[in-house]
Design a binder for this molecule. Structure first.
Ligand SMILES: Cc1cc2nc3c(=O)[nH]c(=O)nc-3n(C[C@H](O)[C@H](O)[C@H](O)COP(=O)(O)OP(=O)(O)OC[C@H]3O[C@@H](n4cnc5c(N)ncnc54)[C@H](O)[C@@H]3O)c2cc1C
Length: 387
C-alpha cells in the first residue's frame, strides 16, 4: 500500500497545524462563547466540513485526506476535546446527511454545518441502551405528517451547544436491525430539551449532556433515509468515526511523543540524560512503535473507506489500536516525566483524554465482538423479528 500523502494534502496538514497552534489555544475553563468562536474559525478553515462535498460548500475531502486533516488538528490543538467535538460533529452527524440525505435536506443543512455556523450532535446512547444499540427505548410514533419522539438520550457530545440533532429512535421496537429510524431535529423544536453539561475526566473541552424528547414532533421531511434504515445509517457513520475521528488521537500522541523525547534528552540524573538509560529509551521506542502501528492501521482503514473497499474489520481494528496505544502512550509519558508527569500538563492530559476513547464509538470489547463475528467466531447479530 502507498501511504504517502499527496503534496496538496501535506500542505493542507501543515496549514491546519499552524492554524490550530495559533487560533485554537486551550481555554482555562469551558466557555460556550469561546467554543463558538473557535468553531467558526475552524469552519472558515474548512475543518468542520472537510468531507462535505464542494457542491454544498464543503472541502470535498476523501477519508484519507480527512484523516490527515484530523491528525493535524490533534497535533496542533492542545485541546483534544475541541478536536473531538469537531470530529464527532463531522463524522457522526454531518456524514449521515451527506450519505443519506435527500437533495433538499443536503441543501438545507450542509452549507451551514460545513461553514461553522451550525453545530451538530448525534444521539443514540440511552441509559438502558449503551452497547446494545438496537434496543432503544426512545420511540418515534406516527403523528400526522410526521413522527412524535419520546425518550431520553445520554452522553451526547456537543448537545449543550448543538443546533441540529441526528436522532436514532425505535419506529418498530423489537424490529432489530430494521427497527430504528434516523431523524434530524433542530434545536428549539418544542419537546426537545438538553440537560446540564457533564464534568468529565478527559476531553473536558468537549461539551456533553443528556437530551430529552417529550412529545417532540418532527415532520416527514426530517427523516433521514427511509423508515427502518436507522441502524444502517448508524453503522455507516461509525465507520467514518472509528477511522477518521481517531486520527485526532494520532496527532495528540505524536505531540506528546515529541515532547517526551525532548524531555528525556534534557532531564539529567546520575550525571547523564535519562534517555541514555535503556529502561527509558526502550520505553520511548515502544511508544513510537505503538503510535506508528496504530497509524498504519488507521490509514489502511481510511484508504478502504476512500476507495469503497472498506469492511467492518478495518475501522474496528483501527479504533482498538489507536485508543489502546493512546492510553499506553499517556501512561508512558507520565512515567517518563516522573513527578512532573502527574502535575497538570500534556502527559496526564493525554492519558485522561485517551481513557474515553476505549469507550465511545462502540467500546473496544464490542469492536472485538464485531471482528470475531466477521471471522465467524461468535453468534450472529440478533435478527429482526421480520423482513
Ligand atoms: C467521551 C464520550 C463521548 C460520547 N459521545 C456520544 C455521542 O455523541 N452520542 C451518543 O449517542 N453516545 C455517546 N457516547 C456514549 C457511548 O457511545 C457509550 O458510552 C458506549 O457505546 C458504551 O455504552 P455504555 O457506556 O452504556 O456502556 P455499557 O454498554 O454498559 O458497557 C459497559 C461495559 O460492558 C462491556 N460490554 C457490554 N456489552 C458487552 C458484550 N456484548 N460483550 C463484551 N463486553 C460488553 C462494555 O464493553 C463495557 O466495558 C459517548 C461516550 C463517551 C465516553
Amino acid at each position: 500500500m502507498d501511504f504517502d500523502l499527496s503534496p496538496e494534502t501535506e500542505e493542507m496538514r501543515d496549514m491546519v497545524v499552524r492554524f490550530a497552534q495559533r487560533e485554537l489555544t486551550t481555554p482555562a475553563e469551558f466557555d460556550t462563547e469561546d467554543f463558538r468562536r473557535r468553531w467558526r474559525s475552524a469552519g472558515q478553515q474548512g475543518l468542520v466540513g472537510s468531507c462535505v462535498p464542494r457542491a454544498y460548500g464543503g472541502s470535498g475531502l476523501d477519508a484519507v485526506e480527512a484523516a490527515a486533516t484530523m491528525e493535524a488538528l490533534g497535533f496542533g490543538c492542545e485541546d483534544t476535546g475541541f478536536a473531538f467535538s469537531v470530529a464527532a460533529h463531522l463524522f457522526a452527524a454531518v456524514m449521515p446527511v451527506v450519505e443519506f440525505g435527500t437533495e433538499e435536506q443536503k441543501k438545507r443543512w450542509l452549507p451551514a454545518l460545513g461553514s461553522g455556523e451550525l453545530i451538530a450532535a448525534h444521539c443514540i446512547t440511552e441509559p438502558e441502551a449503551g452497547s446494545d444499540t438496537l434496543r432503544l427505548r426512545t420511540r418515534a410514533t406516527r403523528d400526522g405528517a410526521g413522527y412524535r419522539l419520546d425518550g431520553h438520550k445520554c452522553f451526547t457530545t456537543n448537545s449543550p451547544v448543538a443546533d441540529l440533532f441526528i436522532v436514532q429512535a425505535a419506529t418498530d421496537p423489537g424490529g432489530g436491525f430494521f427497527g430504528l429510524t434516523t431523524f434530524v431535529v433542530e434545536a428549539g423544536t418544542p419537546g426537545l430539551s438538553v440537560g446540564q453539561r457533564y464534568d468529565k475526566v478527559g476531553l473536558r473541552g468537549s461539551p456533553m449532556a443528556d437530551v430529552y424528547f417529550d412529545g417532540c414532533v418532527v415532520p416527514d421531511t426530517q427523516v433521514l433515509g427511509a423508515e427502518g434504515s436507522g441502524a444502517a445509517i448508524f453503522s455507516c457513520s461509525m465507520k467514518w468515526e472509528r477511522t477518521c475521528l481517531f486520527a485526532a488521537y494520532l496527532g495528540a500522541m505524536k505531540r506528546v511523543l515529541d515532547s517526551t523525547v525532548a524531555h528525556v534528552r534534557e532531564r539529567e540524573q546520575f550525571g547523564t540524560p535519562i534517555g541514555a538509560f535503556q529502561a527509558v529509551s526502550h520505553r520511548v521506542v515502544d511508544m513510537m512503535a505503538r503510535h506508528e502501528a496504530a497509524r498504519l492501521l488507521l490509514y489502511k482503514a481510511a484508504r478502504g473507506l476512500a476507495d469503497g473497499t472498506d469492511d467492518e474489520i478495518g475501522p474496528a481494528l483501527a479504533k482498538i489500536a489507536v485508543s489502546e496505544a493512546a492510553v499506553q502512550l499517556g501512561l508512558d509519558a507520565v512515567q517518563l516525566r516522573g513527578a512532573l508527569g502527574v502535575l497538570d500538563g500534556e502527559a496526564e492530559c493525554l492519558l485522561r483524554d485517551a481513557l474515553p476513547a476505549r469507550i465511545f464509538s462502540g467500546t473496544n470489547e464490542i469492536q472485538k465482538n464485531n471482528v470475531a463475528r466477521a471471522l465467524g467466531l461468535n453468534p450472529p447479530r440478533r435478527s429482526a423479528k421480520r423482513r
